[in-house]
Design a protein around this ligand. Structure first.
Ligand code: HEC
Length: 146
């Protein structure tokens, strides 16, 4: 009998632990993803400031577009926690939030093609637009807006 109880206890513990792990990992991927976008933005800025080569911007822009496409999945319903910077408005204005993610994806894709074109001035102008879409979403949906 004791053994059975222990087993049940162990199973319940495993389930509880699974729940905690799921909660913790639910928000880390998006913060990592955002940081990754930040790194790529910084790399692009350095290339633009140095005056090129424009083509070097392409892989960074593609990476940002790739991450942007995953933004909706990174913010599952109910993943808001007290200590993150995601505002509850995200889930109240979900269509607008995903539209802002799509805007970033589109502008970053355009940046990748601009990079292919080779003109650093065009790349610089498009880079500003990409940065604008980061800010537009943060302003509405991130606690610490920038
Ligand atoms: C569709 C909305 C949206 C877009 C677009 C967006 N972000 Fe974010 N970003 C957020 C939200 C919401 C948070 C807060 C997430 C959290 O704390 O759980 C955040 C957090 C961050 C963070 C902090 C991560 C951390 O460690 O807490 C960085 C850095 C960041 N974003 C960079 C960027 C950059 C760079 C871009 C553009 C290339 C961008 N974001 C585009 C919504 C967005």
């Amino acid at each position: 009998m004791t053994r059975v109880k222990l087993l049940i206890g162990a199973a319940a513990f495993a389930v509880a632990l699974g729940g905690i792990v799921a909660q913790v990992t639910a928000e880390i991927p998006r913060e990592d993803a955002m940081k990754e976008m930040g790194k790529n933005m910084k790399a692009i800025k350095e290339i633009v400031t140095a005056g090129g080569p424009a083509a070097d911007v392409a892989p960074h822009a593609q990476k940002i577009a790739e991450i942007a496409a995953k933004i909706p999945d990174l913010f599952p319903q109910g993943s808001d926690t007290a200590d993150d910077e995601a505002k509850a408005e995200i889930w109240q204005h979900w269509d607008d939030f995903t539209a802002k993610a799509k805007a970033l994806q589109d502008e970053a894709t355009m940046l990748a093609s601009a990079a292919g074109g080779g003109d650093i001035a065009t790349v610089g102008a498009q880079f500003e637009k990409v940065g604008g879409t980061c800010g537009a979403c943060h302003k509405e949906y991130r606690e610490k807006s920038n």
